[in-house]
Structures are given as C-alpha cells and as structure tokens.
Write a protein that binds this ligand. Structure first.
Ligand code: 2P0
Length: 353
C-alpha cells in the first residue's frame, strides 16, 4: 500500500478530568450501552494528561504500532489494554494503522489511591485521537468533536464518556432530557443552579487496595439481578427529579437522591449472585458520622460512593471551611493513612498542546 498520509506527523495533548456519578450507571447491554441514564459532576483536580505523537509509517505494515508510557515508564499491563482498545476502534479511526504512535499518560493523583483512573485516562486518550482525526480530515464542528470523543471514550470505559463536558454531564437516553443519547455523553449545565457549579468533592480514601470485583464484572452481574428492572425504572425517576432539584438549587432533595443512589448501587452488589460487598467497616462509620453532623449542625453535607469503599463528600463552596474542619477532626482517622483528595466541580477537558 502507499501510505495516504505520507510524510505527515504531529503531536496533540489533552488534560481530562475524572467524574463522580450522582445518578449511577450500573448495568449495560450491547457494546458499552447503558441500561439507564446517568448524570455526573465533572471534577477538576483529579485528571489525566495524555499526549500522542504520530508519524506516518514508511512501511506497508498494517499492524498497529504503539509505544505507551505511563508516568514516564513502560507499563506492559496498561500498554496491552491500550493496544486492544485501539484495535477495537479502527473502524472509527481508519487512519490508525498508517501511523506509528507514541502515547504518554500521567495522572494528577497517585496511582495507588483507589481513585479510578479509567474515566479520565480514556477521556484524555479519546480527545487526542479525535483531535488527530480532525487534523487529518478536518470538518468536525466543536459539538461534533466532543460528541465523537465522548463516544470513543465510552467504548474504552462507559463512565469515561461523561468526563468530556464542563460542570455536569448526562449519558443515556432519558425521556425528559433533550439530545440525551446512549451513544455518548452530553453537556448538562444550562439549567443548573450556580451553587452546583462550584460544589466541592472531598474524596476520603478508606482503602486503596485493588477491588475484589471489577466494575466490568459488577455490570455483568446486573443481568441476573432480580431487582434489575425496578432499578432501571428508579434511576429514570431519580434523574427526572434530580434535574428539577439541580435547577432550583434544592440542596436537601439533591442530597436525598444522591445518597440513595450510592446505597442502591452497593445494595445491588450485595444482592447479585454471587453477592459481594465493596464497602468496608470504615465506609459505614464515615456515612454514619456524616448523617449525624448534618442533622446536628444543619450543614448541607452529603455523601456518595463509587464502586469501591472510598467516600465522596459533596458540599457547597460556602460551607468548605466548616466541613473541612469536620473532616480533619472527625473523619480522617477512618481513612487509610489519613488520605483525602480535595476536589471540586470543574470546567472540563483542556487541550494542552
Ligand atoms: C458510574 N461506575 O456511573 C458507575 C457507578 C462506578 C459506580 O461506571 O465496564 O469503569 O468500563 O463501562 O465505567 C464504573 O464502571 O465500567 C462505573 P465499564 P466503568 O460512574
């Protein structure tokens, strides 16, 4: 073959944040399509930076040629995952086999904190690849660019497709949300009260051990879960109601739904077959202390959980000083080596090169 991209080379780099779901995605079908719509806060301080250098090949070799470095080092486990992912998306990016790629990726947070990096890392990589395609072919308008990058990120890790947009993102078709789609995330902040656009998220690290059951396996167990259908209906109702509370700035009702979603997610794990538990005793201790603090002090502090034992504390910026005192004095003792990551709602990905 003669390489249609002969002599072309370049580099792109993107920073993409992590996200935390308020209404959870748990259960999927087909190729990474969600059984229910979910909504998340886009975070700010927990992010991945990825750069991709691309040089047109001079040989006829049609195998993917990828060199992958994580935090400056070769990492065979991650490289293997990236290789398989890139092979799977050649139909979306037919240019890939014509280039040698060098991918460098690093996280703002230590790898061993128990913070899932798949959302930010897949989002950053998807942005780089979509950017390269745009540089080669051109023609994507800004909203099309982010839509395509979100769709590609989804194929890498479902929740990653929500890491592409400022403040909040919805992923999954929902009856009351225009333009919502199972294929990709959409931005969702036009009808959101300003209090939520500066919301804080303090992530208490209860344990950084690798999870006993991966999210991939957890999603799969929803297929045999006797509560699956009623769960998907509940998520639909939760999202309808949450959209209203986000608009009105109703903190109490926001917290009620968000906490219920976190506990429902873990209840679904407990009633799967085989059943499993990712919360630890200190997770429950922290939840209990948060509830007591809220009812005693009247401070709008709420919790949510990802698929793991760590606790995300959500609170308005104006309550940051008192909540962070409470965290230091009463909660850090239940964390692994007193670890906490202070984050907040952020403005979404940025191009850094
Ligand atoms: C979410 N989580 O909405 C839910 C709630 C964790 C708890 O989606 O198999 O890494 O790659 O689609 O996105 C974590 O699972 O799973 C997740 P895959 P993903 O954020």
């Amino acid at each position: 073959m003669s390489n249609p991209f002969k002599n072309i080379q370049g580099e792109t780099a993107w920073r993409a944040p992590s996200n935390i779901a308020l209404v959870k995605y748990w259960g999927k079908y087909g190729i990474q399509l969600p059984k229910n719509a979910s909504i998340s806060f886009t975070l700010n301080n927990a992010f991945t930076e990825t750069s991709v250098k691309y040089v047109a090949k001079t040989t006829d070799d049609k195998q993917l040629d990828i060199n992958f470095f994580f935090e400056g080092q070769e990492n065979p486990k991650f490289a293997d995952k990236i290789q398989k992912f890139l092979e799977s998306i050649i139909p979306h990016f037919p240019f890939l086999p014509y280039f040698s790629l060098e991918i460098n990726s690093s996280n703002s947070f230590p790898h061993s904190t128990g913070i899932a990096s798949s959302a930010s890392s897949m989002a950053a990589l998807a942005l780089c690849l979509t950017d390269i395609e745009n540089a080669l072919d051109g023609g994507l308008r800004p909203h099309e660019f982010f839509e395509k990058a979100s769709m590609i990120a989804r194929l890498g890790s479902g929740s990653a497709c929500r890491s592409l947009f400022p403040y909040l993102s919805v992923w999954g078709k929902h009856t009351t949300i225009p333009f919502s789609s199972n294929e990709h995330g959409i931005p969702f902040h036009d009808t959101v009260h300003p209090v939520f656009k500066t919301f804080k998220d303090a992530i208490l690290i209860v344990s950084s051990d690798e999870k006993s059951v991966s999210s991939r396996a957890g999603h799969a167990l929803m297929d045999g879960n006797p509560f699956a259908e009623s769960r998907y209906q509940q998520a639909e109702t939760h999202l309808t109601n949450l959209v209203g509370y986000l608009k009105d700035g109703n903190l109490d009702k926001f917290g009620e739904i968000v906490e219920n979603e976190a506990l429902t997610l873990h209840a679904l794990m407990m009633c799967s077959t085989p059943s499993y538990m990712l919360m630890l005793p200190n997770t429950l201790k922290i939840i209990d202390l948060i509830k007591n603090y809220r009812s005693e002090k009247g401070v709008p502090l709420y919790f949510t959980l990802d698929a793991g034992p760590n606790v995300h504390l959500l609170y308005p910026e104006e309550n940051a000083a008192e909540v962070e005192t409470f965290i230091r004095e009463s909660l850090l003792m239940y964390c692994e080596q007193g670890k906490v990551i202070y984050d907040q709602v952020g403005k979404g990905p940025v191009k850094i090169k």
